[in-house]
Design a protein around this ligand. Structure first.
Ligand SMILES: NC(=O)c1ccc[n+]([C@@H]2O[C@H](COP(=O)([O-])OP(=O)(O)OC[C@H]3O[C@@H](n4cnc5c(N)ncnc54)[C@H](O)[C@@H]3O)[C@@H](O)[C@H]2O)c1
Length: 254
């Protein structure tokens, strides 16, 4: 038996990076999966890999910043897979620019990409979870919620920091609203994690930024996606049954 055997877990942004690693880790512990991503072709490759290992997976291409798309995707998941036990709000990202040069549309893009899917997907699952008095929601905040020196020196990340601080506030506030119905909501806040997307940027910063991640993180290395996925698994599972409203840093001591 896995640690979340046969639970239905929805993971957004599961086609690449941390979302794909989280989907894989939850599947290893017995979850049934419903995966969402804008990149339908890459999502299908992730889903096919998990199915080949024997796990049931529904893969749905969707832009989770769009209200109608989220409603349609979650209705399909309920109809085909049943009620979700776990939601991982993983979609996020940034258009980084120095704040004094940032176009308003890049600011809006970054806040929308991080906050809107977290709101829309959480709203979609909460009525059912509160009715059943069971459910765990895990959101992706970031060490950037407090600002990161390497991002500041490299390209600026104030919009991203604001968005990820927003995720932390959302988690704290929603926990207050839903805890009495035994629904838990927490966040994982990763430090710099090596993915296809970040690898080149971190390598560049080693050459160009004095306070690079490898020099500034107390453990003197960047993290791996599986180390984030392990934290998400813990919060999603019954092992965290008395943990809600928490922001768990997975950041090598930062
Ligand atoms: N990698 C890091 O160092 C790091 C550190 C801290 C926090 N995070 C957070 O972790 C989460 C995942 O980060 P990542 O590095 O794996 O990102 P990533 O860019 O590698 O992957 C994001 C995934 O989301 C999908 N996506 C983007 N916009 C979408 C939309 N509108 N609708 C549906 N899917 C969409 C992408 O196609 C992609 O598969 C994000 O919330 C990010 O802010 C990452």
């Amino acid at each position: 038996m896995g640690r979340i055997q046969d639970r239905l877990a929805i993971v957004t942004g599961a086609a690449h990076g941390l979302g794909a690693a989280i989907a894989q880790r939850l599947a290893e512990e017995g979850a049934r999966l419903a995966l969402l991503d804008l990149d339908g072709a890459a999502l299908e490759r992730v889903a096919a890999d998990l199915r080949a290992r024997g796990r049931p997976v529904l893969a749905q291409a969707a832009d989770v910043t769009e209200e109608d798309a989220v409603q349609a995707a979650f209705a399909r998941i309920e109809a085909e897979c049943g009620a979700p036990d776990i939601l991982v709000n993983n979609v996020g990202g940034a258009r980084n620019r120095r704040i004094w040069e940032m176009p308003a549309e890049d600011w809006d893009f970054t806040l929308r990409l991080n906050l809107r899917p977290t709101f829309l997907c959480t709203r979609a699952v909460l009525p059912g979870m509160m009715e059943r008095q069971a459910g765990s929601i895990v959101c992706l905040s970031s060490g950037a919620r407090n600002g990161t020196p390497w991002s500041a020196a490299d390209s600026g990340a104030a919009a991203y920091s604001a968005a990820k601080a927003g995720i932390a506030g959302f988690v704290r506030a929603v926990a207050l609203e839903v805890s009495h119905r035994n629904v838990r909501i927490n966040a994982v806040a990763p430090g710099p994690i090596e993915t296809e997307r970040t690898r080149a940027a971190f390598a560049r910063m080693e050459q160009t930024v004095e306070l690079s991640p490898n020099r500034l993180v107390p453990m003197r290395r960047v993290g791996q996606p599986r180390e984030v996925a392990d934290a998400v698994l813990y919060l999603a599972s019954d092992e965290a049954s008395y943990v809600t409203g928490s922001i768990l840093d997975v950041a090598g001591g930062r």
